[in-house]
Every structure is written in C-alpha cells, then in structure tokens.
Design a protein around this ligand. Structure first.
Ligand SMILES: C[S@+](CC[C@H](N)C(=O)[O-])C[C@H]1O[C@@H](n2cnc3c(N)ncnc32)[C@H](O)[C@@H]1O
Ligand SMILES: [Zn+2]
Ligand SMILES: [Zn+2]
Ligand SMILES: [Zn+2]
Ligand SMILES: [Zn+2]
Ligand SMILES: [Zn+2]
Ligand SMILES: [Zn+2]
Length: 430
C-alpha cells in the first residue's frame, strides 16, 4: 500500500498532567469543599513545567469555587425528615430537585411536582426523581442501563457476594435494595448530596472517590462497620463507575485505601472482588497499576448516554468495559452475543474470534480482528499493513515521521496525550 507523505507538519506542544501522592498527603494539602486538593505536575513535551494543587472533583482544574457548603444544601430535607412525612403528604419538586415543606409550597407553584410518594418509590431515586447531572464535568452522571445492572447483579449473586460497596453506582445500589429476600447488603458512596434525601446514613455516604474524602462526620465509622469482619464472614465486592474524565491514579488510590480498611483481626487485608467500569482503551493504565485485574468483553451501556449505546440497538457500540480481579471463567456473559472460549477460559463476544497464533481472543473494541503476519499480532480488520509506517494503519492515514497520533499516556491511537480521557478531556468520539 502506498501512503501520502506529509512532512513539516508543525507539532503542537504535548501538555499533560500527572497527579502526585506524597507521603504526607492529605494532611499537608489545602482543602476545598470537595476535601483535600490533589498535587498535580504539569508537563509540556515531557518536561515538568509546573506543580500546583487543584480541586480533586472539579475536572476544570484549579478553579474550584465551592469553598463552603453548597447554599441549597441547607434547604434539603434529610431522609429522616422525608420518612417522617405521611406518603400522601410527600411532595418532590422535579425542578428544584428537593422535597417541599408544607409552608414552602408557594415557591414551587408553577414547578412540576411528584406527589403521593410511597416508601417503595423512595428506593428508586435515580429511576423516579433525580435529573442526571450529566452536563457538569464534575458529575458525569449517567445511569447504567437495566441490562448492565441485571448482569452485574446476577454476577454478584453467582459469586455469593454478601456486601456490596457501590462507588458512583446509584442504579446498582437501588437494584439491590429491591431484592425481595434482602440477603445482599449494599452501601452507596457518591458525591451527589441529593441521595441523602432518599437513603439513611447506613445506606448512603457522601464521598469523593478521587481523594477518599467523606463529607460528613461519623461516615468513616459507618463505612468501617459495613466492611469489617466481626463474627460473620463477609464476602465483599466493590463496584465503581467513576466519571471517565477522572484520573486512573486516583481510583487506584481509592481501591488501595479500601483494601487498607478491610484489615481483619490478624492484620491481613481481606481480599474483595473488584468491578471497575471504564473504557477499554484504558486497559493498560489499569493493568499497569493492578496486574491482577483483567478486562471483561461485556459491553456496558447507559440509559442516558447518547454515545454509548448497546450494539444490539444498532447504535454505536459501547467502548465501556468492566475490569475485575475475579477469575474470568467464573463470570458468565449473558445472551447470544457472548460465547465461552475454551482455550482462553473466558466468555467473549461472538465477534471476537480466537486467534491460534496470538493464542487469545484479541478484540478489544468489540469489532473483528485479523492476524497480520508482518506485525505478528492481531489488528482491527479495518486496518491494512503500511510498509512506510511499519505497522497496520487505517487506509486513509497519512504516514508521519513522528508517531504523534498515539497518546503517550494510554497508547491509544485515537487521540493525543492532550486529549486523553484520563486527563479530564471529554473522552470519546470527538
Ligand atoms: C454513574 S455515573 C457514570 C459516569 C460514566 N462513567 C461516564 O463518565 O460517563 C458516575 C457517578 O459518580 C458520581 N460521581 C462523580 N464524581 C464523583 C466523585 N468525585 N466522587 C464520588 N462520586 C462521584 C456521580 O454523581 C454519578 O452518580
Ligand atoms: Zn473543589
Ligand atoms: Zn421547585
Ligand atoms: Zn480465545
Ligand atoms: Zn493473532
Ligand atoms: Zn501489520
Ligand atoms: Zn503509513
């Protein structure tokens, strides 16, 4: 194949940020409303140019304006307040996203409201009440589809999990609460304070997963009580669905922190099952930190995420996967879209053909692969081998001397370091 050669393309500086966890962090760090700030190193073309503290939650970087409590927090009723009101008298203002007190009705006269709210309704906040905060970079609040939730739930059941820590996973938490037998216990850790109107403190703690900060006194004790092995044996799982713009290193820290909190009497950190929802192209970043984790072929989808739809619906295939430390052969991927690969000992997508030469089912993005003799590995079937680039490329590519189209952070070819999702840039299909 011949390729167009273009030289002298001006190269833009490659800017990147890395978070640094010092020994004495967080005690030395300044704080904002979201807890201790993170220490960032800024790199331009691989050279460190600046070191600064920034808010851990607001991915807009340094400009966290929320030094104190959000003003409307004070007006929000607590779960205890809500539950004390008779169901026929409960009123929720959809526009203001809060329950209304009798004497405050006038303010909301023109707003859309829900009334006659039963206790059964209250355990479905994300399904019935809350408008996803999807536009703010801080929240990236997309709710997982029913299909994905059922898969996660049946997997937890099959693994005989007794206690589930849901970090940024409101839908799964709700789903577990619906269980009739109620044998599985679950707690939600999320930064969205609106959940405190729907759950008692034993079931919801306002928490920042990027710096392990709890927003209210007494939360740590509640969390430890949930985790720790008293007399009964607990089989714990942590399920995380972080905003994709979040930093991998911070989530890694949070998992290590969880591990240190599950110490049992003999001072040994108890093993727990991890399910971390993240895009497939972050695989290397995750497995570099946690070599014991692997990526499932299951495609995760969201209800309100226009870009990440299930392949079955004919819309764009989801790039979102689940990373886990559980042996893959114990996780049964459901339905006709998946099959069990005997040599790989794991379930894979039916399109992910086993390659005898690579000895794996190599597809990452759900699309078919082809083995390239020259590259000595499987590549996306849409690519052809380019002799100038010495690797397989899309046919329309431009050969370049420097491989500037590969991201230095995650190694993915679709963006540069500057646009890497791990740095807070909107990640996909730009
Ligand atoms: C379920 S959504 C999933 C978003 C999806 N991974 C994406 O980026 O498109 C993320 C959840 O995490 C919560 N969340 C966002 N930032 C958080 C933080 N710093 N700490 C804890 N929870 C957070 C949101 O409120 C939301 O419920
Ligand atoms: Zn902040
Ligand atoms: Zn209102
Ligand atoms: Zn295979
Ligand atoms: Zn191959
Ligand atoms: Zn090739
Ligand atoms: Zn080329």
């Amino acid at each position: 194949m011949s390729c167009r050669k273009r030289k002298n393309i001006p190269l833009l500086p490659v800017v990147g940020f890395e978070v640094r966890f010092e020994e004495d962090w967080p005690s030395q760090a300044p704080s904002c409303y979201h807890g201790p700030m993170l220490l960032f190193d800024k790199y331009v073309d691989g050279r460190k140019v600046e070191t600064f503290y920034a808010c851990s939650a607001q991915r807009e970087g340094k400009n966290c304006s929320s030094k104190t409590q959000m003003p409307w927090n004070h007006e929000m009723m607590s779960y205890d307040d809500v539950i004390a009101i008779h169901p026929t008298k409960r009123k929720f203002c959809c526009q203001c996203q809060k329950f209304i007190r009798e004497d405050d009705s006038a303010t909301h006269i023109k707003h859309e409201k829900k009334t006659g709210i039963t206790n059964a309704d209250l355990i479905k906040p994300s399904l019935l009440f809350l408008t996803p905060k999807e536009n703010t970079k801080t929240n990236a609040q997309y709710f997982l589809s029913h299909n994905t939730i059922s898969f996660l739930h049946s997997t937890l059941k099959r693994l005989q999990i007794s206690h589930v820590v849901n970090i940024g996973m409101p839908r799964l938490h709700e789903h577990i609460q619906h269980e009739i037998d109620g044998t599985m216990k679950s707690i939600l850790l999320d930064i969205d304070e609106r959940f405190s109107m729907f759950w008692p403190r034993e079931k919801f703690l306002q928490f920042n997963m990027f710096n392990q900060h709890f927003f209210h006194d007494g939360s740590e004790e509640i969390f430890d009580e949930f985790l720790q092995n008293r007399s009964k044996r607990k089989n714990i799982a942590v399920v995380l669905d972080p905003p994709f713009g979040g930093l991998v290193d911070c989530i890694v820290q949070t998992i290590k922190w969880m591990s240190s909190r599950t110490m049992d009497e003999v001072n040994e950190s108890k093993k727990f099952s991890i399910f971390w929802i993240f895009p497939y192209f972050m695989e290397k970043r995750i497995t570099d930190n946690f070599p014991f984790m692997s990526m499932l072929d299951f495609q995760v989808d969201y209800d309100n995420h226009k870009k990440f739809k299930n392949a079955l619906t004919g819309r764009k295939a989801s790039p979102v996967r689940i990373f886990t430390n559980v042996e893959n052969e114990r996780i049964v991927l459901p339905g006709e879209r998946y099959r069990f690969c005997v040599p790989c000992r794991r379930y894979v997508s039916v399109d992910n053909d086993h390659c005898k030469l690579c000895n794996s089912c190599p597809s990452k993005d759900g699309r078919k692969c082809r083995h390239c003799e020259k590259c000595k590995k499987c590549v996306k079937s849409s690519k052809l081998h380019c002799d100038s680039c010495k690797r397989c490329q899309i046919p329309s590519h431009t050969c370049r001397i420097d491989d500037v189209t590969t991201c230095h952070l995650c190694g993915e070819g679709s963006h540069r370091r500057k646009h890497c999702p791990s740095l807070g840039a909107p990640p996909l299909f730009k």
